[in-house]
Design a protein around this ligand. Structure first.
Ligand code: VG1
Ligand code: CO
Length: 642
């Protein structure tokens, strides 16, 4: 099927096009200056005039050399604390304009170095990557100079600043780096009016835990200087090492290490046998985000997929005006194709930084909670990395209990952690956990320490390839929906839904959560909620089984005696106001009811959630802004999400 990606999303006048991962023509930072009215560091005030760097000649006042090696000069730039630099569920996310304010990014990066023990980075190696969004190229130059100023020995940067979140985690681990930065606001939209973000991962490739992010925040409140090296902007478009005295920058291929890892995890020849079948069609939507750089090398070059299988495969600074969130609402181009006449057999999409995934069959959507359960149930036979069986399984608290049932049946250790991938890493490092997932389209394993969009797609292709390996040409293939229905028949179905109420007034949203805490404190087992009887209600607390660290207030749960749940949380990834998330779940063992629409099955619980929380009263909202799992209906032949 020929699909012209350009016709599906208009490209921005401000956006530069990547032709593909290997020949993307990068613009050095200067060529972007017309887009960026704030010259780099023009805001930084220096104590003494710098003579040597073209960058520093832009400084309005002098600065001090605090170290002067043969070729690397380091300056101290005075600064003041900036409010609000507290990291959320996954890094620091704000509007681009906020990050472009004076010293905003510099303060946070310096506060990070102030928070780490010097032996964790002095003369060490850090990785730097990003999802290609607006401001990344400028930000990369700031981060490189501050890293050099703080004594880092070497920075490995993805070519053109591009490297997906899972690839950064993979490179940190493979190259035994001390840690790494990811320039991304993930699935949040990009461009001059939208979001930017920064995440820090440490030496195991894992997102920094709260103990580090809390320290960083503390240091942003007392920061007084930024240390930075007086080096020119690094040309990120050319592979290779540039030395600056004791510091060096190595511009590396963004894709190579990651592809090699995927080849070691999966049986590529098995997947190739599926993708090259004339009776199997596959479609991957990169949403004009970072996986555009990975999709062709992996799916087309290595696995033999038709080049037309990749859509929106050109990473753009503003994601082609799109919202790079792989769900039924935002990946609607793909949804329309998969639910259209004669749609492909398998479809998938990934988010801004490549850590999320959505899996679709022909006219069929796999919920992320089911996806991780099905991958776990089939991993041992279909994926060589798991040939001795997974060590343990885990999910975030709001994710449905489908995975719990697989753990029980396979007799595997099982863990329930708070929302956010950072909570899985310790369990993996301790050898307790192999496969895990979140309802928010995140799935992954201990091959790295991040969720991994392309890994999930390869896992599904492996399962379908394994199931069909003996099917002769012309025989009916076992489809994605067959695999899911079969799974439900074996384990039962966990109906699941999430409503998001985005950009609510923070005050009302906080009051609602306070009110719910009060309801929880007065609740007791056996209380009646409509036709449901309460088993318990709480505000989720988690004690890490490995290091004993405790986090509290991670989401309010009402768990009923039949296993149904209602959960309320405030998002930690938004860049404005408060986002209320309501999760509902109900278990259905009866096969004859498995094909019910999830919204119909969950209606009583959703109504109960709205009345119990008094959501409308506190937030003024009648309807969710996003229903993460909307009903898909065909009206007069046209596809419609409601
Ligand atoms: C959301 C999801 C969470 C996910 C996080 C980061 O957080 O709910 O499951 O780990 O995003 O994903 P919150 O706090 O907004 O609910 V990503 O792809 O933005 O790194
Ligand atoms: Co992401």
């Amino acid at each position: 099927m020929a699909l012209n990606s350009a016709s599906l999303r208009p490209s921005s006048a401000l956006s530069r096009k990547f032709k593909n991962s290997s020949n993307y023509v990068s613009n050095p930072i200067k060529s972007l200056s017309f887009l960026n009215p704030i010259p780099l560091f023009s805001n930084l005030s220096f104590k003494k005039t710098s003579q040597s760097s073209s960058l520093f000649t832009k400084a309005s006042s002098p600065s001090t050399t605090i170290t002067d090696t043969q070729e690397l000069k380091i300056f101290s730039v005075p600064t003041k604390p900036i409010e609000g630099q507290k990291t959320g569920t996954s890094g620091l996310r704000k509007k681009v304009k906020v990050f472009m304010q004076e010293n905003y990014l510099g303060n946070w990066i310096q506060a990070l170095f102030n928070s780490l023990p010097p032996e964790d980075y002095m003369n060490g190696v850090l990785v730097l990557g990003g999802d290609g969004r607006y401001f990344n190229l400028e930000a990369a130059q700031i981060i490189i100079k501050i890293a050099a100023g703080n004594g880092v020995g070497k920075i490995l940067v993805g070519k053109d600043g591009i490297m997906s979140t899972p690839a950064v985690s993979a490179v940190i681990r493979k190259r035994k780096a001390n840690g790494g930065f990811i320039m991304s606001a993930s699935h949040n939209p990009g461009g001059p009016e939208y979001d930017w973000g920064i995440k820090f991962n440490y030496s195991s490739g894992q997102p920094a835990p709260e103990s580090i992010t809390d320290k960083i925040y503390g240091n942003t409140l007392s920061i007084s200087e930024i240390k930075m090296a007086d080096i020119p902007d690094v040309d990120l478009s050319k592979l290779g090492v540039t030395n600056y005295g004791t510091f060096s920058v190595d511009v590396v291929d963004s894709v190579g290490d990651y592809v090699e890892l995927m080849e070691n995890v999966f049986d590529f020849s098995l997947i190739r046998s599926l993708l090259s079948r004339p009776d199997f069609r596959f479609m991957f939507d990169a949403m004009h985000a970072v996986t555009g750089a990975y999709a062709k090398p992996i799916f087309v070059d290595k696995l033999g997929a038709n080049p037309d299988s990749i859509t929106n495969g050109v990473p753009l600074e503003d994601f082609g005006h799109g919202h790079p969130d792989p769900n039924l609402t935002y990946a609607k181009d793909l949804v329309n194709i998969m639910f259209g006449e004669n749609g492909p057999d398998a479809g998938a999409a990934s988010d801004g930084d490549g850590d999320r995934n959505m899996i679709l069959g022909r006219g069929f959507f796999v919920t992320p909670s089911d996806s991780v359960a099905i991958i776990a149930a089939n991993a041992q036979e279909a994926i060589p990395y798991f040939k001795t069986g997974p060590k343990g399984l885990a999910r975030s608290m709001p994710t449905s209990g489908a995975l719990d049932r697989v753990a029980e049946k396979l007799n595997l250790p099982f863990y329930e952690v708070p929302t956010g991938w950072k909570f899985f890493g310790n369990l993996m490092d301790a050898g307790k956990l192999s496969i895990c997932g979140e309802e928010s389209f995140g799935t992954g394993s201990d091959h790295i320490r991040e969720k991994d969009g392309i890994w999930a797609v390869l896992a599904w292709l492996s399962i379908i390839a394994f199931r069909n390996k003996d099917q002769k040409p012309g025989e009916k293939l076992i489809s994605i929906s067959d695999v899911v229905n079969e799974h439900w028949a074996t384990y039962g179905r966990n109906f699941f839904s999430r409503y998001d109420y985005e950009e609510c007034e923070s005050e009302g949203a906080n009051k609602m959560i306070e009110y719910l805490r009060d309801v929880v404190s007065k609740s007791k087992a056996g209380d009646k909620y409509g036709s449901y009887a309460l088993q318990f209600a709480d505000d989720f607390n988690y004690t890490d089984p490995v290091d004993g660290s405790v986090v509290s207030k991670q989401g309010i749960r009402f768990v009923f005696t039949d296993g149904s749940r209602i959960i309320f949380r405030l998002s930690g990834t938004g860049s404005a106001g408060a986002t209320v998330r309501i999760y509902t779940e109900q278990f259905e063992p009866d096969v004859s009811k498995h094909n019910m629409d999830a919204q119909t099955a969950l209606k009583p619980l959703i109504d109960l959630a709205l009345s119990t929380s008094k959501l409308k009263e506190f937030t003024g909202r009648e309807e969710p802004t996003t229903d993460a799992f909307p009903v898909i209906k065909r009206l007069k032949g046209a596809l419609c999400l409601i």
